[in-house]
Design a protein around this ligand. Structure first.
Ligand code: SAM
Ligand code: SF4
Ligand code: FES
Length: 326
């Protein structure tokens, strides 16, 4: 599919054929399994100031927390009990944890025979290298938008080229590399979303996370509106068609935008779900955006809930790690 065709679909109202085609491509290239990745949101401290994010350093209204290294490992152990083969360690950019601390956590978790995905933002090549040596398998780093000007506006002091450099390092170090975008950012055009989709393909990513931008009241973007679910679903569908065998989650943000959002995403290209396994007492503080789902539940509840969702969608829970298909 070329850029003009992608733009036509993004702007068009006819979704039925597009979603059906994405579902066919999903079935042909990644099958019916839906893989589980248990997310542990271990710190909400962040030294960055992204205009869209509730964890930004300038948000003084948020209660900050950090999990201890033992608590992170204990949460990963819970994943084993719940038969969730991958954990995702996510946080703000929090330099409180040295790379040595994080490596020791990864090493402990690897003893449980889990796949480990890191999602801790931009770090040095050396840090990425050490984490890989400690056993981390995958890394998620969304490029957020490929519109360089918009990127620079939304992430003060940061450059799109640095983000791409990090992604290139991660690939060079043989991580299974994931990236992604938010859909509905203020100032984002359909043309730039088409470029994002083509960049996914160019980067030859293993995983691609696509979620709506959800305005947070304590950020400079508070006055913006949330977008329509259909646009997010169209981006997921087009990404599936263009990239074929990547892992694409039905994100928590899409489930927050619409109570049936994740189920709908599974029907137009998604093949991954990320149940939250963060200890319940911390969940409400990891408020990237408002009204986030699963804040009052615990790991067991979320695990059961996603399994029900997968089976009700006529799919099956993935067995094994669900590593990259590339
Ligand atoms: N700090 C790391 C980073 O930025 O890569 C990882 C954690 S960050 C909270 C994870 C993702 O949350 C970001 O990549 C961004 O796409 C998403 N995010 C942040 N603010 C959001 C918002 N208001 N609505 C939807 N998604 C948001
Ligand atoms: Fe920090 Fe990531 Fe939020 Fe930006 S998106 S403020 S880097 S947690
Ligand atoms: Fe957490 Fe549904 S996934 S309650």
């Amino acid at each position: 599919m070329n850029r003009n065709e992608i733009i036509k679909y993004l702007k068009g109202a006819d979704t039925k054929e597009l979603f059906a085609e994405a579902d066919r491509v999903r079935k042909a290239f990644v099958g019916d399994s839906v893989y589980l990745r248990g997310i542990i949101e271990f710190s909400n401290y962040c030294c960055q100031d992204c205009l869209y994010c509730g964890l930004r350093r300038e948000n003084s209204k948020i209660t900050r927390y950090r999990m201890t290294l033992d608590e992170i490992v204990a949460s990963a152990k819970k994943a084993v009990e719940l038969n969730i083969p991958t954990v995702v360690l996510q946080s703000g950019e929090d330099n409180f944890y040295s790379v040595g601390d994080l490596c020791s956590v990864v090493k402990e978790i690897k003893k449980f025979n889990l796949a480990v995905t890191m999602s801790i933002g931009e770090r040095s090549y050396d840090d990425y290298c050490k984490l890989k040596e400690a056993g981390a398998d995958r890394y998620l780093l969304r490029f957020e938008t490929s519109d360089e000007e918009l990127y620079a506006k939304l992430r003060p002091g940061k450059k799109f080229s640095q983000r791409l450099q990090c992604l290139k390092w991660l690939k060079e170090l043989k991580y299974q590399a994931g990236s992604g975008i938010m859909v509905g950012l203020p100032g984002q055009s359909m043309e730039s979303i088409a470029d994002d989709i083509l960049l996914f393909k160019d980067l030859d990513l293993d995983m691609i996370g696509i979620g709506p931008f959800l305005p947070h009241p304590n950020t400079p973007l508070a006055q913006n509106k949330s977008i329509e679910l259909d646009l997010v679903l169209k981006v997921i569908a087009l990404t599936r068609i263009v990239t074929e065998n990547t892992h694409i989650p039905a994100t928590t943000a899409v489930g927050t935008l619409d109570s049936q959002g994740r189920q709908k995403a599974l029907k137009c290209g998604a093949n991954v779900i990320m149940p939250n396994i963060t200890p319940t007492k911390y969940r409400k503080y990891y408020e990237i955006y408002p009204d986030k789902i699963c804040v009052d539940e615990d790991a067991t509840k979320c695990r059961g809930c996603v399994e029900g969702m997968i089976l009700a969608s006529g799919r099956k829970v993935g067995v094994g790690f669900g590593h990259s298909l590339k």
